[in-house]
Design a protein around this ligand. Sequence first.
Ligand SMILES: Cc1cc2nc3c(=O)[nH]c(=O)nc-3n(C[C@H](O)[C@H](O)[C@H](O)COP(=O)(O)O)c2cc1C
Length: 405
Amino acid sequence: MSIKVEFLYYFMIKKIMNRFNLVSASLNPVLFALYRQYLYWRYNDSESLSQAELIHEKSKKHLLSMSNSFKNHFDYFQSDKSNSIKLNSYQFPNPIGLASGFDKNCDLFVPMSYIFGLVTVGTILKNKHLGNIQKPLDGKIRVIVNSKNKSIINSQGYPSEGLDYTLNQLKKYSKNRNSKSKLILSFSGMSENKSIDDFLDNSETIIKSTHEYVDGYEDSRSSPNTEYNKLIQTSEITASLMSILNSHAPTKIKILKVSPYSSLSPSENESKSKFEIIKKFNDSGGNMVVLNNSLSIDVKNTYNISNFNNTRGGLSGNPLYPYTEKLVESVHKKYPKLFIIACGGVDTGEKAWSLINKGASFIELYSGITFHGLNLIVQINKTLQKKLDPYSYQTFIDKRNLKYS
Ligand SMILES: Cc1cc2nc3c(=O)[nH]c(=O)nc-3n(C[C@H](O)[C@H](O)[C@H](O)COP(=O)(O)O)c2cc1C
């Protein structure tokens, strides 16, 4: 398309969006689909970022520019108290959260706090880290979006601006956020030299310097995109991290993010090692588990994709959903009182409702909002209200918990 047509197209969408208020326009599925189409047509791979990552950065800017609109219209997302839910002394305005990785560097937590009941920022590292190498213009990319089956494959490997940048963002903007929504910091102590001592030291530094700005922490050792993570997914390291959290952030919400089963018929050994870590976390005072991170897949051989930067990558979105169901079901069976945040492939209210019936209390989203926009959050809130009417969400959760007390 020529520059002229591009301008007209952009102008038309902008004009339509400005006619309504921006938030209500962004919730319209047709306008969102047009906007998404425009972005994919307008931006391509650049020297440093793949098309999907570049579009993510552009969308972040748009979301940030709408901060005030989200604040003024937050009732679109959290219209009444019927979906609010309590965990210890923490009251969440609704059970829907932003999953880690979407706002890696704490740039968006203010607008997101007016939309979601909990917002997970990060995963942050102590030092600035570029993540896994890619050369988009030479055909090697680390994020692939498949709009047909609504999936994302990524091998970003924790790109992070580092602790200093994050801390600066938190100090600068915390006063503007909606304090009803809970802010969770996803962290990894990973360092270049891969020493366990450094990993724990870095984790401690991150927690000590950020605890006054956040409501909780997410221990993120389950990303499939760093080899090091495979070595540190042990119950011993879970115990060490919990001891750091219990010393420096005793009253904060403590969350463990878990990797999905590697197949839908997992071996006994795999289940055993997963449950060992969850047990250690639960016994040490952990509050919630996120089930799950993205699924490690063989991108080159099984999926036959040749322009990916790694042999393996993490699969998110629609195809991950059955894995989420399976893990939620089995963890709830074993630890019925542990709060579960179901994450992976949720893109309708019905899927969220089904996961809640399998034992989840919260839902987190990443891929779903990139394919369907923020309307997905409204849809999930509405579905819960409809299914539970005339009861509140809290009554439903309390009733379930009563069975196990
Ligand atoms: C591009 C991308 C980057 C991600 N980055 C992180 C991350 O930094 N830390 C983390 O724990 N999970 C990360 N995730 C995993 C998501 O938080 C989530 O667990 C996963 O995508 C499944 O949810 P979904 O199907 O709704 O996307 C990332 C996912 C994607 C697609």
